[in-house]
Design a protein around this ligand. Structure first.
Ligand SMILES: [Zn+2]
Length: 76
């Protein structure tokens, strides 16, 4: 863990936001599926996909940032 690293703080808050966004869409999709609302399902599917991709991308940035920080502090 990094203490007082602004980049970590920024990335993790973006990740939390993306997760909330994704879960909200997922709930809406589940509701639409329960009521067989095909129009809403079709509308939500691509949104859910891009929310998922966005979340994965932020997670990837976090992993990369953390491995770079570790490499930097290891000094070898
Ligand atoms: Zn950091």
């Amino acid at each position: 863990m990094h203490h007082e690293c602004p980049e970590c703080t920024r990335l993790w808050s973006e990740y939390a936001l993306a997760t909330r966004h994704y879960l909200k869409l997922e709930r809406r999709l589940a509701t639409a599926e329960l009521s067989h609302n095909q129009a809403v399902i079709d509308e939500l599917r691509p949104l859910l996909k891009s929310a998922f991709d966005e979340r994965s991308e932020i997670r990837r940035l976090i992993d990369r940032h953390e491995s770079q920080s570790q490499a930097g502090s290891a000094g070898a």
